[in-house]
Design a protein around this ligand. Structure first.
Ligand SMILES: *Cc1c(COP(=O)(O)O)cnc(C)c1O
Length: 401
């Protein structure tokens, strides 16, 4: 079977809810991937930042294998000897003091929403069913019905109603709008510190800090979705650190599983997280020992290999290089750490054709929305390898005019 065969089969039997590049990967190691014909590619997406540690990291694979032979699933009906250690290590790493484990990012966001609502009724004293949560325009927090209920992207919502009530939208980065949107019924403000899916949108300096102050003043919880920006991607362990902001609730996922397993978590204080009582929330696979063993090693790798510092250093290096590219198609180049976007003018004919051209050159990245090319290589990438990528990118901008 060659690539074409796999593509035909996938398109017949697999739901068409994605529009992937036509490359069929069969193997990967570190920053490199190989297709079924044996052609080698540099991964410049990292599975939407779920592979910050690089593909098939030997230590993470080893942790996975060892745990798989020993114990994989107990459900939380019983205790296991991995979840307590992950919980402790995560709290020590983040400075929070209680954590709830889930699997996907969307589930963790759902958990944060449930937690904020519970807090609003039990601590803030709101009347039942009246809690409101403020989110931002162009947000991306996942795909469940409740989460798309506060999406502003018609593509994510069309034909999926009726929607969950209780959400308000403000423009991203607008602290005054946040203040104005808060009512006595507001439970929380939910925000991505950098909007990645929306096109690597970085809020104005001071926004997160200001937003946090406004939340504090109004007894509103500040919830940070660090699923994509967290765990080193943007050159700090968490993007909120850029403004010294400590959220009341923080949601992480993606690279928490080291690219090997779906693991997500919601972190908070005892005062807030302690509101969940037995039976009120859960997940059969959440906190399973296989996930926890993988996540523990995934976190160790980030720290031992200094991936946060690496993302910061390599990110600035690469951003500076990218800014030397002269092209009439480029509207703006922006990024933090190794989360970088090139926004093209609408006349450039869409980001996709650039991604397709880069694929031919052996560089795999993906457009986000129409006009932004996202670059997000694994954080283990070296300067030499970034130089290689830069050459390819420069060449493609030259050949596409
Ligand atoms: C990917 C992502 C999610 C959803 O995570 P899934 O694991 O795909 O459910 C939520 N929020 C942000 C910011 C993300 O990047």
């Amino acid at each position: 079977m060659d690539s074409k065969d796999y593509i035909v089969i996938e398109d017949i039997y697999g739901a068409h809810n994605y529009h992937p590049l036509d490359v069929v990967i069969t193997r990967a190691k570190g920053i490199w991937m190989w297709d079924v014909e044996g052609k080698k590619y540099l991964d410049f997406l990292s599975a939407y930042s779920a592979v910050n540690q690089g593909h098939c990291h030997p230590r993470i694979v080893k942790a996975l294998q060892n745990q798989a032979k020993k114990l994989t699933l107990t459900s939380r009906a019983f205790r296991n000897d991995q979840w307590p250690l992950l919980a402790k290590e995560l709290c020590e790493l983040t400075g929070f003091n209680m954590v709830l484990p889930m699997n996907s990012g969307a589930e963790a966001v759902e958990t944060a929403i449930k937690l904020a609502r519970k807090w609003a009724y039990q601590k803030k004293g709101l009347p039942q069913d009246e809690a409101e949560i403020i989110a931002c325009a162009n947000n991306f927090h996942g795909r469940t019905v409740t989460i798309i209920s506060f999406s502003t992207d018609p593509l994510y919502r069309q034909d999926f109603g009726p929607f969950t009530p209780g959400f308000q939208i403000i423009p991203f980065g607008d602290a005054e709008a946040l203040e104005a949107a808060i009512t006595p019924r507001t439970a929380a403000f939910l925000v991505e510190p950098i909007q990645a899916e929306a096109g690597i949108l970085i809020p104005p300096d001071g926004f997160l800090k200001k937003a946090k102050e406004i939340c504090e003043k109004n007894n509103v919880l500040f919830i940070a979705d660090e699923i994509q920006t967290g765990l080193g991607r943007v050159g700090k362990m968490f993007a909120c650190e850029y403004e010294g902001v400590k959220p009341d609730i923080m949601v992480i996922g993606k690279s928490l599983g080291g690219g090997c397993y779906a693991v997500s978590a919601v972190l908070s204080t005892n005062e807030i997280m302690g509101l969940f009582k037995p039976g009120e929330h859960g997940s059969t696979f959440g906190g399973n020992p296989l996930a926890c063993a993988v996540a523990r090693e995934a976190l160790n790798v980030i720290q031992d290999e200094k991936l946060v510092e690496s993302a910061d250093e390599k990110g600035s290096y690469f951003l500076e290089k990218l800014r030397t590219i002269k092209s009439k198609h480029i509207k703006e180049i922006r990024g933090r750490g190794l989360l970088i976007g090139i926004e093209l003018y609408p006349e450039a004919g869409g980001a996709r054709r650039f991604c397709e051209e880069l694929m031919k050159e052996g560089l795999l990245c993906k457009e986000t929305h129409e006009n932004v090319i996202r670059f997000a290589p694994p954080l283990i990438i070296s300067k030499k390898e970034l130089d290689w990528a830069f050459k390819k990118i420069k060449k493609v901008f030259k050949s596409l005019g």
